[in-house]
Design a protein around this ligand. Structure first.
Ligand code: ZN
Length: 214
């Protein structure tokens, strides 16, 4: 992580603080890589409400291809659940952030591969010596994955969520996830808005095709 990114992250803190003082008229932009179907549910426990700290095309710390990612603000220890069913392919919860390694602590994260070979990545998770899921495990949508945290490139406790598929060269091609439990903006989270999770343990996600996006 470069120092510039740290500055950007710290700057995001200030902007988030301003959120509560200045109504921000940030309008959603047309995504470059829209998901065809609205198949995700919000990746945190049912009934919990999170403020979207960075939406698609966020310029605080999401850059280049990573612009499709979304940040959901939440206290450390919030239950993170699977946004979509799939197989766990990576579990990292061994990084403990302290004052000494505050800016060098790597991310804790979980990656789930879906049945269509797309992936969801859940980042900045809490330190946990006894991970809730393991690599190779099939998790149902809504299943508890981990506790949220503030590890890695994060100043404000939040969940960084991103969806991608791999191209022929193994490079991630990021996509914009649409959430069934977001009824506005075609299911796409928007910076500065609050979203309450409707993600109950429900197994295979219901597909809702949305045709108004282009
Ligand atoms: Zn992020």
């Amino acid at each position: 992580m470069t120092s510039i990114k740290k500055v950007i992250e710290i700057g995001s803190l200030v902007i988030l603080a301003l959120l509560f003082l200045v109504p921000m008229g940030v309008s959603a932009q047309t995504p470059v890589w829209p998901e065809t179907d609205q198949i995700y549910y919000l990746p945190y426990q049912y009934g919990f409400t999170s403020l979207c700290g960075q939406g698609n095309y966020g310029t605080l710390s999401h850059e280049d291809l990573n612009k499709a990612a979304v940040d959901f603000l939440m206290p450390i220890g919030t239950n993170i659940v699977a946004a979509r069913s799939g197989t766990v392919v990576a579990v990292i919860t061994s990084n403990k952030r302290t004052l000494l390694n505050y800016f060098t602590c790597p991310n804790n994260e979980i990656i789930v591969r879906h049945d269509d070979n797309s992936y969801a990545r859940y980042v900045h998770l809490a330190y946990d010596t006894n991970p809730q899921v393991h690599v190779g495990q099939y998790v149902m949508r809504g299943q508890f994955l981990a506790y949220s945290g503030n590890s890695g490139n994060s100043i404000v406790p939040h969940l960084h969520f991103e969806v991608y598929s791999l191209n022929g060269s193994g490079q991630p091609q990021y996509m914009i996830a649409r959430f069934v439990d977001i009824i506005s903006n075609n299911g796409i989270p928007t910076f500065g808005k609050f979203y309450t999770s409707g993600n109950v343990l429900g197994g295979v996600s219901v597909k809702i095709s949305v045709s108004v996006m282009n």
